[in-house]
Design a protein around this ligand. Sequence first.
Ligand SMILES: C[S@@+](CC[C@H](N)C(=O)[O-])C[C@H]1O[C@@H](n2cnc3c(N)ncnc32)[C@H](O)[C@@H]1O
Length: 436
Amino acid sequence: MTTDSYLGYSDRLLRLAGDLNTKPWHASRGAVESALNGQAAEQLRALVPRTVRRAQGAFFTGSHVRAQFEDLLEDSSAFWDPACGAGDLLLAAAGKQRLGASMRDTLHIWGKSLRGGDLQSSFVQTAKIRLFLLAATRHKERGESIDIDVASGLELLKGIRVADAYGELERTRSYDGTLVLNPPFGSMQAPADCGWASGSVSQAAVISSISASKICLGQQFVAILPDVLRSGSRYARWRSSIESVIDLKTIVPYGQFDDHTDVDVFLLAGRRRRRRTVPDPSALWWPQQTSSSTIEDIFKVSVGTVVDNRDPHSGPELPFLIARDLGDLGSIETPVRSRNFAGRTYKPPFVAVRRTSRPGLRSGGNARAAGTLVTGTQEIAVDNHIIVIESRSGSIAECNQLINILNSPKTSDWLDNRIRCRHLTVGVVRSIPWSQ
Ligand SMILES: C[S@@+](CC[C@H](N)C(=O)[O-])C[C@H]1O[C@@H](n2cnc3c(N)ncnc32)[C@H](O)[C@@H]1O
């Protein structure tokens, strides 16, 4: 699957860049500004079918995320984006690079200091032309003329070329510059030598982990990554592996990547340090805990034990609680639905919370972890789409207090920062602050 249809856009940019030598600057300035901002991502959606974009993991960083990314970038003599797309992160990096005495001189400097690779030649070509346009803009802002034609300018940007990130990273022993990254977000089989996972894993996790280990001591690593790596329990070992080589400085939970890409992301910045073992990920990954006690101190938290389509219908007939029956009710006294089940059951009172939980959608006052009080005298079988929170003391008053905390906007905000995935985990529910 190729992205050749994107060449239509890079050809248009090429003409725009060519015109800079012949037309007055004010005639092109508006078009150049658009080309340097959200247009590359817009054109990607317009010209490349969604199936191809997904297969290639192609989602370009828009202006808003790029501005936050730029804030994290520190000065450096060199920058490398191994999956550069249309060059948005390289444009952020080039904004930090010094200008030469002339535009030709600047492109000569950038050709040495900026490195980028992508599998798609249409993206690489676009990235180079956009860097040319940025150099032109910066020189024009200084009142200088454009002393180089586009063909010669692109020729100078030798560091940006068609290349496979994995091969390039493997060939690199240590990169002496800042590594910037917004990698493809799809899945892949973990490489045989992957120390933190096996089987199917996030491609972003694999590329970021390899990239972080390939930069020289003291150099900066700045990345935009899917939020599941920051908040998912499945990626705890990935977090430790990143921290074993990167001294983390900043983690910024960002939210949805853009209006068209339903993936939550976060930004990470840190510096390469000497490799060492990190037993537990640091608290930086999550928002600071404001309360000294958490739900875990007072309640037992677990996932319901019934896997309905798999577990045999044997054993005693029991009231059976499923997520759909939680409805909007604040409490349930013994579920009406029943099922035969021989496994672990739960004795009321307890609080039931749906595991599916979408961040940021709280119109109508819906809490991310709305709790339902379950009372009654019979043991209950609970479906595994529900998180069960049992009061250690068996107190209904304590359960009601918990429901108030779970339903509060403060807890939903805390959860939005802590976990952007669409499923709550037991670990995260345990660590919700117990604040009155
Ligand atoms: C999420 S996009 C980000 C692009 C750019 N860094 C940005 O922030 O706008 C990921 C890019 O990785 C490229 N890509 C996918 N697999 C790759 C590989 N094995 N080597 C190099 N680039 C790859 C895709 O073509 C896509 O342009």
